[in-house]
Design a protein around this ligand. Structure first.
Ligand code: ASP
Ligand code: MG
Length: 327
C-alpha cells in the first residue's frame, strides 16, 4: 500500500464548501492510487470558541473536562469530512484519536504521544476506505481523552505518518507554503521550495506559525517527509526533509513579539558570528538598534522595538536578497 497522510487545518475546514474542497482533494489522491489517512483539526476557530464557552460556565474548568470539550471540535470535523467523502462515492470511516490507536501521556492539555497502534487504520486502508482521523487528541493510560497542546493536529499527522510508514505527510493550510518571511509583512517574500527539518524547526520556534514545533522535531526524529501546501491551490508547496543536503546561510526570517519588543530572527544552516554581526550592521544602517542578540547554529536573532519589527524584516530581507535566491 502506498500510504499518504493528508492533514487539514481549521482554516481548510471552516465551512461546508471548504470541507467539500478538502474531500475533493482526498478523493483525488485516492484515485491516483494512494491509501489515504486524513488527519483533521477542528473547523475554523472552534477550539477557541469552546474554550471561551467553558470560561462562561466556570472560572477555572478542570483540565480533564477542558480536554473532553476541546476534543469535540475535531470530532465534528471527522464526521463531516467522512460524510462529504461518502457523498462523493469515496468509502471512508471517521476515527477518534482513541479509535485510531493514538496513545497519550502527560498532563491534560499538553500531553505527548506515547505511541500509535495503527492496526485499525491499516485495516480500514486495506479495505479501500479513507481513514479520517481526529487530530490533537489521544487516549491516556486511564482511558481518558487527552489533548496534545495547541496546534497538536500537526503532531498527530506526523506520528500517524511514521506509524503507517507513509510516503509523505501533507500539511494543507491557508498559505501556499513556507515563505522567506511572512508575505503579509514583507511583500517581496517568496515561497521556499525545500527546507530542512532543523531550519524549519528554528523558524517555527522563532515565531513562524505554519507548523507546531513539536511536530517538526517528531518528523525529524522519525524521518517523516513533510509537505506544507495550500488547501486551495494545486501548486507544490514547501518540502521539509533531511538536514544533510542544502546550502549554508540565511534562508528565511521570522518575527515574534516579546513584551514591548520584537525578536527578529534570521534562520538558516550553519550560521556563524559573522552572520549575527551582519544582522546587527544591516539594522544599524537603517537606524534600528539591536537591543539583544542571540546566535545558535540555525538562528541569529535581534530584539528591536516592536514598532521597528516590520522595517527590520524588510531591511534584512532586502540586504540578503532572500526574494531572489529562494527556490
Ligand atoms: N484544534 C486544535 C487547536 O486549535 C488543534 C489544531 O488545530 O491543530 O489548537
Ligand atoms: Mg495549525
Amino acid at each position: 500500500m502506498n500510504i499518504l497522510v493528508m492533514k487539514f487545518g481549521g482554516t481548510s475546514l471552516a465551512d461546508p464548501e471548504k470541507i467539500q474542497r478538502a474531500a475533493a482533494r482526498v478523493a483525488r489522491a485516492r484515485r491516483r492510487g494512494f491509501a489515504v489517512a486524513a488527519v483533521v483539526s477542528a473547523p475554523g476557530q472552534m477550539t477557541d470558541e469552546l474554550l471561551s464557552l467553558a470560561r462562561r460556565v466556570a472560572r477555572r474548568a478542570p483540565a480533564r473536562e477542558l480536554d473532553s470539550l476541546m476534543a469535540a471540535g475535531e470530532q465534528i470535523s471527522i464526521a463531516l469530512l467522512a460524510s462529504a467523502l461518502s457523498g462523493r462515492g469515496a468509502p471512508s470511516v471517521s476515527l477518534t484519536g482513541a479509535q485510531a490507536g493514538v496513545r497519550a501521556r502527560g498532563p491534560h492539555g499538553a500531553s505527548e504521544i506515547a505511541g500509535v497502534r495503527p492496526a485499525r487504520v491499516l485495516a480500514e486502508l486495506a479495505r479501500g476506505r479513507v481513514a479520517v482521523v481526529a487530530g490533537f487528541q489521544g487516549v491516556d493510560g486511564k482511558g481518558d481523552l487527552a489533548t496534545l497542546g495547541r496546534g497538536g493536529s500537526d503532531l498527530t499527522a506526523a506520528a500517524l505518518a511514521a506509524a503507517l510508514k507513509a510516503w509523505a505527510c501533507e500539511i494543507y493550510t491557508d498559505v501556499k507554503g513556507v515563505y522567506t518571511a511572512d508575505p503579509r509583512l514583507v511583500p517581496e517574500a517568496r515561497k521556499i521550495g525545500k527546507i530542512s527539518f532543523s531550519e524549519m524547526l528554528a523558524l517555527a520556534e522563532a515565531g513562524a506559525q505554519v507548523m507546531q514545533p513539536r511536530s517538526i522535531s517528531f518528523a525529524r526524529s522519525r524521518g517523516v517527509r513533510l509537505h506544507v501546501r495550500s488547501a486551495f491551490h494545486d501548486a507544490e508547496g514547501t518540502w521539509i526533509g533531511p538536514d544533510a543536503a542544502g546550502e549554508n546561510g540565511v534562508k528565511a526570517l521570522a518575527v515574534e513579539r516579546v513584551g514591548v519588543r520584537a525578536r527578529v530572527s534570521a534562520v538558516g544552516r550553519g550560521l556563524r558570528p559573522e552572520d549575527a554581526e551582519a544582522t546587527r550592521k544591516i539594522l544599524r544602517s537603517c537606524g534600528i538598534a539591536c537591543r539583544r542578540a542571540e546566535l545558535s547554529a540555525f538562528r541569529a536573532s535581534c530584539e528591536v522595538d516592536a514598532r521597528e519589527a516590520v522595517p527590520a524584516l524588510r531591511a534584512l530581507h532586502k540586504a540578503w536578497q532572500l526574494g531572489r535566491r529562494a527556490a
